[in-house]
Design a protein around this ligand. Structure first.
Ligand code: PSU
Ligand code: MN
Length: 302
């Protein structure tokens, strides 16, 4: 069964009930952000978690070993070319001894849970793709959020997904969605796409109290944090860019896991690179909020 190896620092923090924030490795690999921005993103997220008083725990499969928390000297390994590892792929990556398996949200929450870590930060989660009624493309992230006892902190889902259906799916599988000091489901590069959330929270203590009161031990929740105001992109411009990128994606026959890098690349081109600093800013902000939540959970215990 899944038994990740924890770094010494993370193992000690978990044993003492100190705050820990897990971070996925896909966004820092070549699958998520282009070099050198991926290294910048990693440093900023690690620093934000530490500044918030928590221990960062990057998840990955390295040389066939599932890891939660890497040493400073190993962090560079998640910046390279990785194979995408969702929760179902963890067993394959371990069994076949993959050199670098880049963990997605679903794999990361599974590893965090197995390590006893309750808080996880990322940029955006996967969700229901546009046209999923034909393709059936629904990210494994959503079910993982439902059955792993971890709070995922994100800026919404990937920008080009079907956001209303993603919210519906989260409702179906029983994942509470909490808006961080905000009433709207954030749309990654923008603070809202007009979808109102049913729940809003103001503090880490509130999130910790809600997490402690959940009805199933093996269930998680989603905390959505809007991108900071100053980093937000223009909604109309982004809608136009997304529509065009998705049409090009279809025309080029790009499907499955290749969609994200393709569309993100097109968004970066069309926004003259402004989407990348926005992505970094939201990831860093999520890491900072996640640290607050981890500190609050550490105070009340789990
Ligand atoms: N959001 C982004 N870029 C990404 C991802 C999310 O802006 O690369 C990654 C995350 O690791 C997420 C994964 O868990 O994509 C979901 O992939 P899929 O849709 O194939 O399940
Ligand atoms: Mn998919």
């Amino acid at each position: 069964m899944l038994k990740p190896v924890l770094s010494l620092e993370v193992a000690a923090a978990v044993a003492d009930g100190l705050p820990v924030v897990a971070l996925e490795s896909t966004i820092f690999s070549n699958l998520g952000l282009p070099s050198p921005f991926n290294a910048d993103a990693l440093q900023r997220c690690l620093a934000a978690v530490r500044a918030g008083g928590a221990v960062p725990a990057v998840t990955a499969v390295l040389d066939g070993i599932a890891r939660v928390g890497l040493d400073e000297t190993e962090h560079h390994r998640v910046l390279g070319a990785g194979h995408k590892v969702a929760e179902r792929d963890l067993a394959v990556a371990i069994g076949q001894g993959w050199e670098f398996g880049a963990t997605t949200v679903s794999a990361s929450v599974a590893l965090a849970a197995a390590a006893g870590v309750h808080v996880f930060a990322t940029g955006g989660i996967g969700g229901v793709h546009r046209g999923a009624e034909i393709t059936g493309d629904i990210s494994a992230d959503l079910d993982a959020l439902a059955h792993q006892p971890v709070i995922t902190v994100c800026a919404g889902a990937k920008a080009f997904l079907d956001l209303p259906r993603t919210l519906e799916y989260l409702e179906t599988v029983g994942v509470p969605v909490l808006g961080w000091q905000h009433d709207w489901f954030p749309a990654f590069y923008t603070r809202s796409a007009g979808l109102k959330l049913t729940h809003r929270v103001e503090s880490g203590n509130e999130v910790a109290a809600i997490f402690a009161a959940r009805s199933r031990v093996n269930s998680g929740m989603l905390l959505t944090v809007p991108i900071p105001l100053n980093d937000e992109l223009d909604t109309d411009m982004l809608d136009a860019v997304l529509a065009e990128a998705l049409t090009d994606c279809d025309a080029a026959g790009v499907t499955g896991a290749a969609i994200t890098p393709f569309v993100l690349g097109r968004i970066a081109e069309a926004t003259a690179g402004r989407s990348i600093p926005a992505n970094l800013a939201l990831a860093e902000n999520n890491a900072a909020v996640a640290a607050q939540v981890a500190c609050a959970i550490s105070k009340v215990g789990q």
